[in-house]
Design a protein around this ligand. Structure first.
Ligand code: FAD
Length: 448
């Protein structure tokens, strides 16, 4: 039962930050409402495996209600938050998918972890022609686009057009871009190599376009070099020092810095560059007067609360944190940062209920991991630099450990073991009708 006298905590976002906050408060004497516009927690680090047919959606997403089925003080609500009334301590809500939602909800403490999304460097029109793998829906769309490109190439008699179908441009050489490029290369060179009769998928070109002079810039240069060599061995061509200046239905245009635009004909573009914070960050900044940076992140105080509103915490990808020294810092946009912040917010709520003040938040860097492909990864764990098979095993174990849901861990482990042994990918399905947009069909004709 929800009692009006109990301290009401509303948590926005069942992603990495929000989930940890809710889990750390499940035994506290507080009444929690966990709000998300989706009914599941998504393990974003593995969405690229859904996009390339290695895993199925249900293996990397877990229903929020199931996670908290035994936590009697937690109520899960599927709704979209549209605005905040910080003075009245209320959230404004909108219904999702026709599911009725209350117009507003009140709180004593508010914790917001709305995440981020990809940005197209001010060119939102590119989004129509480039897929990304941030959400489950977009990963499924990317999967359909990638697989339908091979299908279209098989049917295409014109060699130039066939080549465009068999060219895959991944934009952004960070961990997601590297992982996507590596997986598409494995799909083309390994998984699909015997599946077609008119084309040889191994002739496909997988381009990784990166504006700086190396991939994985958040890693030490030596590991970037190793990652690049692993990618090249897989058949990926890194195009470094190239800035994307155009994306349309027939290709990508890049600038090599010398002012000479280079045109790359391709029908499949995967976007993995630049992120911008959830619009909820801008709303919080507007309502509280807190600063907002160019990436849309709201600045929070050393205890992760909004300036002038100690009852409002903001976490994860959507924030910058002011240190005790007054300097504002951007923490890495990774799951461990959001999780640590979620646990901190929960601890702060408990401390306040005891009448104590929490110490400032301190981020503990647990290191960096990125996988490139089969038995290839790089890891930088507090100065310990690993690459190859051992880094890959570390990557596997860490991801299995953090994957939510006992059943999911077992299924993913079995899937990975099976794929490793057979070189197969069980989820190579073109499922989404919308996934095959007219521009993806040979000759650009709409599908009947
Ligand atoms: C493709 C990809 C790969 C990644 N790989 C890694 C990796 O390997 N390792 C790593 O550490 N990090 C990785 N990250 C980063 C990591 O996923 C994020 O840093 C982390 O998810 C941030 O947590 P969060 O709580 O801020 O946001 P999220 O986990 O994104 O959660 C935000 C939640 O808020 C909900 N929400 C948003 N707006 C509203 C609204 N208005 N109303 C209601 N609900 C709303 C969303 O539905 C979502 O559930 C990856 C990210 C991506 C996109």
């Amino acid at each position: 039962m929800h009692q009006a006298s109990v301290h009401r905590v509303v948590i926005v976002g069942g992603g990495f930050g929000g989930l940890q906050a809710a889990q750390a408060l499940r035994r506290a004497n507080v009444d929690i409402t966990l709000l998300d516009r989706r009914n599941f927690h998504l393990f974003q680090p593995l969405t690229y495996q859904v996009a390339t047919g290695a895993l199925s959606p249900g293996e990397i997403a877990y229903p929020l209600r199931a996670i908290f089925e035994r936590a009697r003080n937690i109520r899960v609500l599927m709704a979209e938050v549209t605005d905040f009334d910080l003075e009245a301590r209320e959230l404004h809500l909108r219904s999702v998918d026709g599911v009725p939602a209350p117009a507003s909800i009140s709180y004593d403490t508010l914790i917001v972890s709305g995440g981020s999304r990809y940005s197209f460097f001010g060119h939102d029109e590119w989004a129509e022609f480039a897929e990304e793998v941030k959400s489950l829906e977009s990963a499924l769309l990317a999967r359909s686009r990638i697989l339908s490109a091979f299908e279209a190439a098989e049917m295409e008699p014109d060699p130039q057009r066939r080549e465009a179908w068999l060219t895959f441009a991944v934009v952004g050489g960070g961990p997601t871009g590297v992982e996507m490029a590596g997986q598409i290369a494995e799909l083309a060179r390994d998984t699909l190599r015997q599946d077609f009769r008119s084309i040889d998928p191994r002739t496909g070109r997988i381009l990784l376009i990166e504006a700086t002079d190396r991939v994985l810039t958040s890693f030490p240069p030596s590991l970037s070099g190793k990652a690049q060599r692993s990618l090249e061995r897989l058949g990926v061509t890194p195009l470094l020092g190239r800035t994307v200046i155009g994306v349309d239905a027939d290709g990508v245009t890049v600038d090599d810095g010398g002012g000479r635009p280079e045109r790359i004909p391709t029908r499949t573009v995967i976007w993995a560059a630049g992120v911008t914070a959830s619009p909820l960050a801008a709303k919080l900044a507007e309502r509280s007067g807190a600063e907002l940076d160019r990436a849309g992140r709201v600045t929070v105080e050393p205890d992760l609360t909004l300036v002038g509103h100690p009852e409002v915490f903001a976490l994860g990808d959507m924030i910058r944190v002011r240190g005790s020294d007054g300097v504002v810092r951007v923490l890495p946009g990774v799951a461990p940062a959001a999780m640590q912040e979620g646990r901190y917010a929960a601890k702060a709520v408990r401390a306040r209920l005891r009448g104590e003040g929490p110490p400032p938040f301190r981020y503990r860097d647990k290191g960096n991991l990125a996988t490139i492909g089969r038995a290839a990864a790089v890891a930088d764990i507090r100065g310990l630099r690993l690459s190859g098979f051992i880094a890959w095993v570390t990557w596997l174990l860490v991801h299995l450990f953090y994957l939510v849901g006992f059943q999911n861990r077992i299924v993913v482990f079995i899937r990975w073991s099976f794929s490793f042994a057979t070189h197969g990918r069980g989820a190579r399905l073109i499922t989404e009708e919308d996934g095959i947009a007219p521009r993806h069909l040979a000759g650009g004709e709409p599908r009947p």
